[in-house]
Design a protein around this ligand. Structure first.
Ligand SMILES: *[C@@H]1O[C@H](CO)[C@@H](O)[C@H](O)[C@H]1NC(C)=O
Ligand SMILES: *[C@@H]1O[C@H](CO)[C@@H](O)[C@H](O)[C@H]1NC(C)=O
Ligand SMILES: CC(=O)N[C@H]1CO[C@H](CO)[C@@H](O)[C@@H]1O
Length: 246
């Protein structure tokens, strides 16, 4: 572990929740914690070594923040589901035309799929958390729709789902969890059409949760159980401890 020289930039636990109420999804529910394989750090191991480690801890899935060719090749010949990400700067172009989403798939998916089990495409990373990208917010769902339409043309829409990652700050209130609500400026304009899209396409609502920061800022009032995901603590400790290292 430490001997491999991994540097931790941020502790993130991403939860993918399949957006079909009452449905049990063997992939996400039984492996609620996967690996976010971020590469914004120095002294990183080569992709082949990182992939070997990810497989060795039986991760439920792996998410990368781009569609890096070397990483996707290293993930070939495995049943490990892979989540890839469209860069935030590419979202407007994809929203404007399916020609762009067609091309994106030609470049970033078809050369690797199905040897690499690409299962989810994130259209942008926490775009709704970036106020400097506010002009892109209305284009987020249209971009997701175009990506889905391009997958449909290739008959890949049931194997590869389209979603986006949502940061905790999309919520105006997140504690206690039952009091959660989305920020007013996105609730009806973006989140509602997004949830309709996710439901219609049988996809996932993907929330990056950072309960540690909430607890750290107010440990007197926020329970540690909240940080540790209550009764699933054991799972988080088992998978999460390792996920912090990658
Ligand atoms: C996957 O299998 C192909 C075909 O056998 C091979 O060329 C490639 O090197 C393999 N890649 C990995 C990462 O195992
Ligand atoms: C619930 O959220 C609202 C804002 O949406 C906030 O004003 C209120 O304090 C929260 N309640 C609790 C118990 O945290
Ligand atoms: C909002 C709230 O419950 N605040 C409390 C947090 O904990 C401190 C210390 O126990 C209290 O003084 C606050 O009232």
């Amino acid at each position: 572990m430490g001997a491999c020289g991994f540097h931790l930039s941020l502790i993130v636990v991403s939860l993918g929740i399949k957006f079909v109420w009452g449905d049990t999804d063997p992939f996400f529910l039984s492996h609620a914690v996967g690996i976010n394989y971020g590469r914004l750090a120095d002294n990183l191991p080569p992709p082949s070594k990182a992939v070997e480690l990810i497989k060795s801890i039986n991760a439920g899935y792996v998410k990368i923040y781009d569609a890096d060719s070397e990483v996707l090749k290293a993930l070939a010949n495995s049943t490990l589901p892979v989540v890839i990400t469209v860069a935030n700067e590419e979202v407007s172009g994809i929203a404007s035309s399916t020609t762009t989403s067609d091309q994106w798939l030609q470049t970033n998916v078809l050369p690797y799929y199905p040897l690499t089990k690409i299962s989810i495409i994130m259209v942008g990373n926490e775009i709704l958390s970036h106020t400097e990208l506010q002009s892109v917010w209305p284009q987020l769902v249209p971009a997701m729709q175009n990506m889905h339409a391009s997958l449909q043309k290739l008959n890949l829409d049931s194997s590869i789902k389209v979603t986006t990652s949502i940061g905790m700050d999309a919520l105006s209130s997140s504690y206690p969890p039952s009091n959660g609500s989305f920020k007013q400026e996105i609730a009806m304009s973006v989140i509602q059409p997004m949830l309709s899209f996710l439901s219609a396409t049988d996809s996932y609502f993907f929330l990056d949760v950072y309960p540690f920061f909430a607890w750290n800022s107010d440990p007197a009032n926020i329970s540690l159980d909240y940080v540790l995901f209550g009764e699933i603590t054991a799972d988080v400790v088992q998978d999460g401890t390792l996920s912090y290292l990658i």
